[in-house]
Design a protein around this ligand. Structure first.
Ligand SMILES: Nc1ncnc2c1ncn2[C@@H]1O[C@H](COP(=O)(O)OP(=O)(O)OP(=O)(O)O)[C@@H](O)[C@H]1O
Ligand SMILES: [Mg+2]
Length: 284
């Protein structure tokens, strides 16, 4: 699948924010029994202001690819560019992460947790207070600024986690299953918030999820991946402007896209389960 596949959505004409070229990732020594090829020759471009989703079975290399894009470790092969910079390590001014587990320090209040992140990402101190307030208010958590994480529910912590990713003010946010630990209703509401955020701020977001509905609701393009080694199997375009209303989910277009994604994924999920069984048998 060519990375230059034409697409219609608004982001199509915008400059490239992230360019992934022929990226492969191998863990373990080549040819050794513990060799794992997690990602195999993936190439794709993400446009500025685009919401792109990686959808694929467990173990297909989604987190690996996201971590490579974020500079957490270098790829075995290939190149990632952010704007005109090759990624050689973390780029705290350009990229922030939101992970599935809220990564808040339990001994700091929410405000202090944000301050730690601002410090790490070199945000000017004069901006800390206003950014924290604004981002927490965007996810309706403004009242909890001086609470400790363990005084919040899991859902609330994850909203704070999302707000921190936003507050850092980077143009690119990488999100690895940020809503996976949440109940369905909270997930849906946060999805709407995220779509609104995208419309307002023009952030570039690469998002990993296992939820077909979430992928269709949020994405401009969905990159459906094969079972390990992860490759791009197909690209689904969701040509629908942000902010998206929950009514979008009731349309035939939404159902069609969701079914299309599932049809593409079904065999890959079976393949991933077979791979996991094989690995288990080899280990026994
Ligand atoms: N540091 C590592 N060392 C060895 N193998 C690894 C390492 N990180 C990932 N892998 C392997 O690479 C493959 C891809 O892992 P990855 O976490 O990227 O998958 P994923 O698509 O994010 O899966 P999930 O949906 O379950 O989160 C898996 O087989 C995993 O075991
Ligand atoms: Mg993962």
């Amino acid at each position: 699948m060519s990375e230059s596949t034409p697409f219609r959505a608004a982001a199509a004409g915008r400059p490239v924010a992230i360019s992934i070229r022929n990226v492969s990732q191998r863990f373990g020594d080549a040819g050794s029994p513990n060799e794992v090829v997690a990602v195999d020759d993936m190439s794709l471009d993400v446009r500025r202001g685009e919401f792109v989703c990686l959808l694929g079975p467990s173990g297909c290399g989604k987190s690996t690819l996201l971590n490579i894009v974020g500079g957490l470790f270098p790829a075995t092969d290939g190149v990632v560019m952010v704007g005109d910079k090759p990624v050689k390590g973390p780029l705290p001014r350009d990229i922030s992460f939101v992970f599935q587990e809220s990564t808040l320090f339990p001994w700091y209040t929410i405000r202090e947790n944000f301050d730690v992140a601002f410090k790490f990402q070199n945000v000017a101190k004069s901006e800390w207070a206003s950014r924290t307030k604004q981002a927490l208010e965007a996810v309706n958590m403004g009242a909890f600024i001086d609470h400790y994480p363990n005084q919040l529910s899991v859902g609330m912590r994850q909203r704070v986690n999302l707000a921190r990713g936003i507050a850092l003010g980077t143009d690119i946010i990488l999100m690895d299953e940020p809503f996976a630990a949440l109940d369905e209703q909270t997930r849906m509401v946060l999805g709407e918030d995220l779509s609104e955020l995208l419309a307002k701020t023009g952030k570039t977001i690469v998002f990993v999820t296992h939820s077909l509905a979430e992928a269709v609701f949020l994405s401009d393009r969905i990159f459906v991946m094969t079972a390990r080694p992860g490759r791009i199997k197909s690209i689904i375009e969701v040509d629908e402007p942000h902010p998206r209303s929950p009514d979008f989910m009731l349309t035939p277009k939404f159902s069609e896209l969701r079914n299309q994604a599932y049809a593409l994924l079904r065999d890959e999920v079976r393949q991933a389960i077979a791979l996991a069984r094989e690995a288990e048998a080899a280990h026994a």
